[in-house]
Design a protein around this ligand. Sequence first.
Ligand code: ADP
Ligand code: ASP
Ligand code: MG
Length: 428
Amino acid sequence: MALIVQKYGGTSMGSIDRIKNVAKRVKRWHENGHQIVVVVSAMSGETNRLIDLARQISSQPDPREYDQMVSTGEQVSISLLAMAIKDLGIGARSFTGGQVAIKTDTSFNKARIQSIDDQKIRAQLDAGNVVIVAGFQGVDEEGNITTLGRGGSDTTGVALAAALGADECQIYTDVDGVYTTDPRVTPKAKKLSKITFEEMLEMASLGSKVLQIRSVEFAGKYQVPLRVLSSFDESNDGSFDEHFKQNVGTLITIDEGDNMEQAIISGIAFNRDEAKVVVRGVPDHPGIASAILSPIGNANIEVDMIVQNISTNGTTDFSFTVNRPDLDKALAVLNNEVKDEINAKEVIGNDNVVKISLVGVGMRSHAGVASLMFQTLAENNINIQMISTSEIKVSVLIQEQHLEKAVKFLHTAFGLDRQDGASKVAGV
Ligand code: ADP
Ligand code: ASP
Ligand code: MG
C-alpha cells in the first residue's frame, strides 16, 4: 500500500465529465489498496473569470479581498469531486486549505506555506476515505484566506506530499509529462522520462508553466518524489508497480547521472512575460547602475536581465528587463525619479520581446552551447537583444514575433527533435 498525493489541474477538472473521469481514476487507485489525497484546481477558466470580476471593480483590488474571492474556484471543485467519488461508492471528504490547517505567511496573492497539520488528513485516510483538498489556498495566523500565486495548486500538492511523507506526488495535467519544450509550440517536442530537480527548477523559473516554481523548490528541498502525467490517458490502471514507476509521465529526480538520455541540453523554456527598458545616454561613471536600479527595487519591481553597453563619448545605454505588467510602473519611476537626476537622454520601454532559454546540467561540461545558439539564431536572421548565462542555462531576449520560429530552429539544432509519433497534448 502506498500513500499517493494526486493533483489535478484546471483542464483535468474542466467539465462535469472530466470531474467524473478524475473520480474514476481515484477509485481505481483506491481499489488497488492505496491511500489517496487529491488536490484540485478550480475548473479551467474559473480563476481567470474571478480575477476579471475583481478588476472590473477595482484596478488594484484589495489583496485580502482578492484572495478571499479568487480562492472560491477551488472550493467548488473539491466538493464536486467529493460528490462524484461518493457516487462511485467510495468514502470521500473535501476540505478547504483552512480546514486542514495549511498555514501560510500573510503575503496575500503570493503567500508561502509555513506548516500543515497532517493529523486530520491521516485520520480520514485511516478511516478508508479519500481526502480532497483545495489547491492554491491557505490561511494566515489570523485565519485570513491567502492564495499561493498562479499555478499554486502544484505547490499545495507537493507540500501535502512532503507533510505526509507520501510515496509520490502525481501532478495530473493536459500533457503526458515534461517535454523538451512546450509541445504546443512544436510537435517535435520529446517527452522526457526523467528530469533533475535542478533542471526542472530552471525550466519553471524561465517560463515553463507546467509546474509552479515553488512546487519544484519544495519537492527538491523535501525530496518529494514528483511525477508529471496525463489525466487524459486512461491506460494506467492505478497500480503503483515497476512498470508505472519506469514508464509513466516524467519523474523529477535528484539523480543527475541518469539524466535525459545524457543530452547536453534538456530543454528549451520561454517567457512571454518580459519587457525591456532602455535608459539611453547615461554618463558612464561609477554609481550609475545603482542610481537606476535602486529606485526600481524600492518600487518592488523585479529586474531580470541587465546589460550596459560600451560607452562612446563618455555616455552609455543601460538596459534591463522586468515582468511585462510592471513595465509602465518602471517607466514612471525612471522618468519621475531617475532620468533628470542622472542626466539621461531618454527612457524607452518595449514589451514586444520574449526570453528564450536553453537549460541543461550537461552544459557544465560542454563548451559551445551558447555559440551554437547564437549561430542558429543568426542564420535565421533573428536578432539577439540581450544575453544572460549561468552554469546550466543560456538565455536570450528576442523580438516576440520570432518566438515560435526560434524555438523550432533551436530544438532541431540541439538534436532534441522526436523521431516518431506525436506528443499527447489534450485539445491539439
Ligand atoms: P494545469 O491546469 O494542469 O495546472 P498548466 O496549463 O498549468 O496545467 O500546465 C500544463 C501546460 O504547460 C501544458 O499544456 C503545456 O502547454 C505547458 N508547458 C510549457 N512548457 C512545457 C514543457 N516543457 N513540457 C510540458 N508542458 C509544458
Ligand atoms: N486556480 C489557480 C490558477 O488558475 C491555481 C492553480 O490552478 O494551480 O492559477
Ligand atoms: Mg498549472
